[in-house]
Design a binder for this molecule. Sequence first.
Ligand code: GTP
Ligand code: GTP
Ligand code: MG
Ligand code: MG
Lengths: 292, 277
Amino acid sequence: SLSDKLEKVFKKLKGRGVLNEKDVDEGLKEVRMALLEADVNFKVVKDFVQSVRDKSVGSGVLDSLTPGQQVVKIVYNELVGLMGETVTRIALVPNRPTVLMMVGLQGSGKTTTTGKLGRMFKKGGRKVLLVAADTQRPAAIDQLVTLGKQLNIDVEASEPGDDPVEVCKRGLERANRGAYGVVILDTAGRLHIDDSLMDQLSSVKAAVKPDEILFVADSMTGQDAVKVAKSFDEKLDIAGVILTKMDGDARGGAALSIRAVTGKPIKFVGMGEKLDAIEPFFPDRVASRILG
Amino acid sequence: VLGKKKIDDALLDEIEELMILSDLGVETTSRIISSVQEKVRRNELDDASLLKKEIKEQIRAILVRDSAPLRYGTSLAVYLVIGVNGVGKTTTIGKMASMLKSQGRKVILGAADTFRAAAAEQLVLWGERAGTDVIRHKSGADPGAVVFDAIAAARAREQEILIIDTAGRLHTKSNLMEELKKINRVIERELPGEPREVLLVLDATTGQNALSQAKLFNQAVGVTGIVLTKLDGTAKGGIIVAIASELGIPVKMVGVGEKIEDLQPFDPNEFVEALFD
Ligand SMILES: Nc1nc2c(ncn2[C@@H]2O[C@H](COP(=O)(O)OP(=O)(O)OP(=O)(O)O)[C@@H](O)[C@H]2O)c(=O)[nH]1
Ligand SMILES: Nc1nc2c(ncn2[C@@H]2O[C@H](COP(=O)(O)OP(=O)(O)OP(=O)(O)O)[C@@H](O)[C@H]2O)c(=O)[nH]1
Ligand SMILES: [Mg+2]
Ligand SMILES: [Mg+2]
């Protein structure tokens, strides 16, 4: 673990006498390695290690009996602090349907997460409408319709090739007529560098004015997480992030990268393929996981 | 010599950053950087303009070492397509079917993902686009039974290549890995000694976890090749260098988009050049 590695480094350095700033830098190399191996973005790691360094040098680590443990504590607290407060909820609006829009790269888990959120709100007593706005991936509409049947939740279906903007408008009209509490728009996966498809998302946003745009990201994402999250956030001003597939053994450094570059909260984590596998985001759990 | 820039720490730091940003990982990157530093120390490399060339060559050497094309023979070849959730298995199979058909092969597909909503429907649509039959059962059926029937149909219809789609599964879920081993045993039992591929599909946006995926899928069923998808994005997929170096598993194809024609054979030279773009 990182604390073991740091203890070893500082033990060896203390053997030569009192610790100095250069020794702290030796220890910080281990921190840098641990974060990079956990898929935290290179530039995010650089800034992070710098702030840990400033805090370490200023906090008496040099005179401590257990400098390794001190540094780990600082790293952990920095991580938790950076990740934001625990449980940032999705605020439901009174007197009209709350509109949520799911966006992200191909295969990140948007459709499944749409089902999971729908189930969650239904359990909370809301009337939910899922909108099948992915009219381009083969059988995407079937996929959401199937999830709706499994959950006994209404789905505004569509036909392949329909204009997603029109589908979302129809969905919102139906939600208003039927007094739905929550509408969740499932969009097609797309690349952040595909200008016309990113413009399409802007058009959906302009047409239905979602209360929250949720960026669904795969927790196994590597260094690319920063580029992707930044693009989606700059284009759409996302309300928050949902990190999926956290039931695997990915360390999840993408969580720190995405948070650092967008400043937006991580609201939920996907913890499995079943529709009940969604949990609120706990920064301390993800911090421990990133540290290994 | 005038005009020859020295290779200093700043330059090596710059290259190291580029390699890490491409998801080569800390270990593979430091190994390659150390070997370059050794060459500099022994005065075998002293020109900064040749540094990138040296690094590219080292990476290329790792990638070409185990490279091999897709296998097929005179009877029925089976390609078992596996990988974690959402990486592009089903889409890749549609593309492969189309590519192999255009090369004159007789291809049939087996929809052995009987778990995920509309998975079989998705493969059936791809089969229609590629002009190949798709063998499927209804949702919840035993995947092993689908494979058994697909092999029987492939033989009866005298097909040359059977490509099997499986459900996405995390490599850490032992019950799902056991299911995969069971599917593999059906193939081994029905077609002993026939040419086979076990193709692990990896998403180019995945970081270091791809190495863990490759290790565990390889332990379970023996991976013969990798398909690296979504290279049309901004991720570089450098983790395949670590996988080649540690496990000797070659990349056979790359996915570069969502359309049926967006599949290319893996070209190590092109890949290495793109790492440094
Ligand atoms: N293990 C695990 N699998 C998940 C999780 N969330 C989604 N998945 C799986 O990931 C795969 C992709 O999920 P989808 O919901 O189809 O992803 P998507 O973002 O809608 O994909 P596109 O619409 O093609 O962009 C499916 O196999 C899901 O079952 C999760 O939290 N854990
Ligand atoms: N941009 C891009 N998208 C791709 C590529 N390959 C697949 N996709 C997309 O990735 C998403 C997931 O593809 P699938 O084929 O459903 O992935 P899968 O591995 O079968 O998913 P599960 O069966 O749910 O585990 C779809 O939206 C595909 O269109 C690629 O090379 N480039
Ligand atoms: Mg989807
Ligand atoms: Mg699939």
